[in-house]
Design a protein around this ligand. Structure first.
Ligand code: HEM
Length: 487
């Protein structure tokens, strides 16, 4: 009897020890410090976990509660890691920024840029060419205060804003169209010294084409992760490709015209177009072909769509927030009286600027992911070369641990002692060597146009029961409509 009981204990011990040994061996083989990951399904991996949310980044936030701040996801064929939390995101953006400076290789991106995503400023991998393109742009996208370039931009934004105010006073078309056309004109004037009649048909078509492409690149596609679905998008991709070709024709016919041939390489460039021409013609290293230079120019002109979509979202928030509008009115009236708002007044109007920050907080998302260019780690967890990295700034912007009532529109959260403050966890434009190249333009142009509109109008809507989608920027062509009521 004793012998039998002993044998049973022995067998149980051996079985348990074997199970632990196998579990441990599997853990070691998988890499002891790999980011944890939920159970996955064949083929789609974890894609199903993204459904049922307004934006997929909300799924990232709920998964982080279960799996920790750094966790792995297999989205279809694509191995991904989601990084949450300010400390981890900063490690990826700054401390190890050079490990995570590539972009995904989605077929959609390739097709949008003539079969080579390296033509794109935002979707290319890091290279000396990208560094050069960024360095060349800086002078135009980050004009320093008190320089000629800043004052010229100030005048462009002011005159653009006057036209916006005039157009909205007799608004017969959609607000988005009015704002987009005027933002496009500010961008073409600033980067290309080229001004257009905002009602002229070819120009309107160019603006509409940009807006459609902007909407398109801001959509998440299952086919990015399951390439066998691409044939279902073929027709749409062809259509969007056609739009990019029409933009190229517009740029060549109406912006470049004869400037490439006539520009003297010895001359100082007057605008971004001439900076590109000078670089290409002088054959500097790393070499940039004229074709690639044109892609960079088209990308940056396209920044106007981001600003226009952003402004329309901002108006949609404001139409629901009469108190915020009253606060802006009071600030502008108290500080400037009837003097026209301009971009130099930003520091004088902190509440107005905080309103822009608050709308940016609510639309922030990791829509432009990174890719690990080498084996690395975040927070001690291994990340393999080639992994797509989502830096979850949506969570940073919406976390109740970091913000008081984060779902509410409260510009005052950015004000301390009547000054604008930007918390360290506010990272809507990414950071490090691949940070957004257009954030200053967003802040300056939005401030000028918002200031001018608020000085003249109260923004209303027939029905304000709508919800403004958070965690996304692009709006469809037919979107919110407003009433601009003269003050
Ligand atoms: C509210 C509007 C905008 C938001 C929220 C936004 C946000 C972002 C984010 C999150 C990134 C990725 C940063 C990273 O990986 O660290 C990015 C990249 C970029 N943005 Fe923006 N952006 C906006 C407007 C603009 C505008 C107006 C322009 C052009 C004038 C622009 C040009 C770029 C470019 C060129 C990149 C790619 C930079 C690179 O990869 O080297 N953005 N943006």
């Amino acid at each position: 009897m004793f012998f039998t009981q002993f044998t049973l204990y022995l067998i149980a011990f051996v079985v348990l020890a074997t199970v632990f040994a196998i579990a441990e061996a599997m853990r070691t083989r998988q890499g002891k410090y790999r980011p944890p990951s939920p159970l996955k399904l064949p083929i789609i991996g974890h894609l199903h976990l993204m459904s049922g949310y307004q934006v997929p980044y909300q799924a990232f936030t709920s998964l982080s509660k279960k799996f920790g701040s750094v966790f792995g996801l297999q989205l279809g064929y694509v191995k991904c890691v989601v990084i949450n939390g300010q400390k981890n995101i900063r490690e990826a953006l700054v401390t190890k920024g050079h490990h995570f400076d590539s972009r995904p290789n989605f077929e959609r991106y390739q097709q949008l840029f003539s079969g080579n995503k390296e033509n794109s400023l935002a979707f290319c991998n890091w290279s000396t060419t990208q560094k050069t393109r960024r360095d060349m742009l800086k002078a135009y996208t980050f004009p320093r205060a008190f320089t000629n370039r800043f004052y010229t931009l100030e005048e462009l934004v002011s005159s653009g804003t006057r036209s916006v105010v005039a157009a909205l006073s007799t608004n017969t078309t959609s607000t988005k169209s009015v704002i987009s056309r005027h933002c496009a004109n500010i961008f073409t004037r600033h980067f290309c010294s080229k001004s257009f009649d905002v009602d002229e048909a070819t120009f309107v078509e160019m603006v509409d084409n940009y807006d459609e492409i902007f909407y398109e690149v801001n959509q998440g596609y299952a086919a990015d992760f399951l390439p066998f679905l691409l044939p279902f998008h073929e027709k749409n991709l062809k259509r969007v490709n056609g739009l990019t070709h029409k933009i190229r024709d517009f740029v060549l016919d109406h912006i470049i015209e004869g400037r490439f041939d006539s520009f003297d390489v010895q001359a100082e460039p007057d605008d971004y177009v001439e900076s590109l021409i000078k670089y290409v013609k002088s054959g500097e290293s790393p070499q940039l072909s004229w074709d690639s230079a044109l892609f960079a120019l088209e990308d940056i002109i396209g920044g106007h769509s981001a600003v226009a979509n952003f402004l329309v979202k901002l108006f949609a928030f404001l139409a629901k927030e009469p108190q915020v509008q009253e606060n802006i009115h009071k600030e502008i009236d108290r500080v400037l009286g009837t003097k026209e708002v301009s971009i130099s007044h930003r520091t004088l109007l902190p509440y107005t600027e905080a309103t822009i920050f608050e709308a940016i907080r609510l639309i922030a998302s990791p829509i432009v992911p990174r890719v690990a260019n080498r084996d690395s780690s975040i927070n001690g967890l291994e990340i393999e070369k080639g992994t797509v990295i989502f830096l979850n700034n949506y969570d940073l912007s919406m976390s109740p641990q970091l913000w008081d009532e984060p779902e509410k529109f409260k510009p005052e959260r950015f004000i301390r002692e009547e000054r604008l403050v930007k918390p360290e966890h506010f990272l809507p434009f990414g950071g490090g060597r691949r940070s957004c190249m257009g954030y200053k333009m967003v802040q300056l142009v939005s401030f000028g146009i918002l200031g001018g509109i608020m000085q003249n109008f109260t923004i209303g809507a027939d029905d304000t029961s709508y919800t403004v989608p958070v965690g996304s920027l692009a709006l469809p062509k037919d979107t919110f409509t407003f009433k601009f009521v003269r003050r």
